[in-house]
Design a protein around this ligand. Structure first.
Ligand code: SF4
Ligand code: SF4
Length: 443
């Protein structure tokens, strides 16, 4: 039976098939937010805060973890449906298919308006450069700045590194800017309300789908829905073969096209930058930033997928083949920005790039607490510490929690029993804790 995501986390995209899962604990150990538990010693369940990183999907040797996908369905038929695509889409096709062919193919599929995100990527490069220059002049400005583009990174920071939220510039991502501008323009052209125009995003990654419903940096997303590259790919390929129009929809150079791969975003910045791909490396470098070790760097492009968005779970082409395709396109279109610096500078000065909400708040679990909540949390913390003292710290995961400290928290929350610990007898002898759930005891 396939388990639905928990109701308290309505936009999880992960589902675990209990009939296939054998409880090997690999996903539980890999999850960066400790969101997975093994129940009854054999089945994985999603129980905590999921940031939709996809690590559990990648690591499961049995294919028991899958992503819930959103199908584009009949939205092709909508009268004013606009579409924009991640640049990872351009890397999925063979050599002879150019970005403009892909955009024309989308148009042929029935989308009334097709928008090229690559040009906005290049505008964003200029905006970030201006933001860095402006903030380098300020005393106490946080550095390095962290790219707001990968939603998993933003969620990871909000959940695990909230002190680094201030390092994320409050600029809208190119995919959001494209959606906002297409709504504004089409509404003006057709004398419609912006709400009547629907914008669909084609994405390599489920977290971009989810951040449409749960935006972290804005009051609301300008995108209405997203669909996976893999669910649209075959239809698009057939339509590309039948394209009979000859209009220019693609406008960027190679820099805007390269954003799909790791290092693509910072290729357009003439500053001290790093590109860090992969979840574990991202966590390692975020720890370094917290320790103040990288303040000489201006900007870091983090992507939790290896090779960047080309490694997203919704792509269809091998990520190394896709990288080769993209490098070829960059070479062909030239490694220079095609945008006009002065024009973008004026837009930047007018606030055009900035998100509606300038400040991000930490994960909702870190919201301001009342006095009684604080004393309850202190009491719980003391209990966790007490239990932890007697646990063996072998981090074996046999109890069904990812490590001993999370197990202690689960016991205090009433979600696990001390008896679940393989070393329970020793723990009980040393500590005198009874096997009853500590939550019940304190209530
Ligand atoms: S990785 Fe997780 S979901 Fe996959 S078999 Fe192991 S415990 Fe089950
Ligand atoms: S998607 Fe990532 S955060 Fe969510 S359960 Fe899987 S490993 Fe954990």
């Amino acid at each position: 039976m396939i388990k639905s995501p928990q109701e308290s986390q309505p936009f999880h995209y992960v589902q675990i098939n209990e009939e296939i899962c054998n409880g090997c604990v690999l996903c539980m150990k890999a999850c960066p937010t400790k969101a997975i538990r093994i129940k009854n010693g054999k089945v994985a369940r999603l129980e905590g805060v999921c940031i939709n990183c996809g690590e559990c999907i990648r690591i499961c040797p049995r294919g028991a973890v899958t992503a819930i996908m959103d199908e584009a369905g009949d939205r092709y038929e909508a009268r004013y449906t606009s579409v924009s695509a991640s640049t990872a889409l351009y890397a999925q096709f063979d050599e002879e298919i150019m970005p403009n062919d892909i955009l024309l193919g989308l148009k042929r599929m029935g989308f009334s308006h097709v928008h090229d995100q690559t040009y906005t990527n290049e505008m964003f490069n200029v905006a970030i450069e201006l933001y860095i220059k402006e903030h380098r002049k300020k005393r106490d400005a946080p550095f390095p700045l962290i790219s707001p583009v990968c939603p998993v990174v933003v969620k990871l920071i909000a959940h695990r590194f909230p002190s680094l939220l201030k390092n994320i510039p409050p600029l809208m991502t190119p995919r959001e800017i494209v959606a906002r501008e297409s709504k504004r323009r089409l509404a003006a052209q057709h004398d419609l309300h912006e709400k009547e125009i629907k914008v669909l995003h084609i994405t390599p990654c489920p977290s971009k789908m989810i951040c449409i419903k749960e935006p972290v940096f804005q009051e609301h997303s300008y995108l209405d829905e997203a669909t996976a590259i893999c669910s649209i790919f075959e239809t698009l390929r057939k339509n590309i073969q039948e394209v009979d129009e000859d209009i220019v929809l693609h406008h960027s150079g190679g820099i805007g096209l390269g954003w799909g791969m790791s290092g693509g975003e910072i290729a357009g910045l003439d500053m001290k930058c790093l590109a860090v791909p992969g979840l574990q490396e991202t966590i390692r470098y975020l720890e370094k930033i917290e320790m103040g070790l990288l303040s000489h760097i201006d900007y870091i492009e983090f992507r939790t997928c290896t090779e960047g968005c080309l490694g997203g779970p919704y792509t269809v082409t091998d990520k190394y083949q896709a990288k080769h395709n993209l490098q070829r396109l960059i070479h062909m279109f030239g490694a220079e920005l095609r945008v006009k610096y002065d024009y973008v500078s004026k837009l930047y000065a007018s606030g055009w790039f900035f998100a509606d909400r300038q400040n991000m708040s930490p994960d909702s679990s870190l919201r301001q607490s009342s006095r009684s909540e604080i004393s309850a949390a202190i009491e719980r913390h003391n209990l966790v510490e007490q239990i932890l003292k007697f646990l063996p710290k072998k981090e074996c995961g046999i109890c069904g929690s990812p490590d001993c400290s999370t197990f202690a928290e689960d016991v205090v929350n009433g979600d696990a029993d001390l008896e679940d610990c393989l070393y329970y007898d020793q723990v009980n002898k040393k500590s005198g804790f009874s096997s009853i759930r500590l939550k019940d005891k304190t209530e």
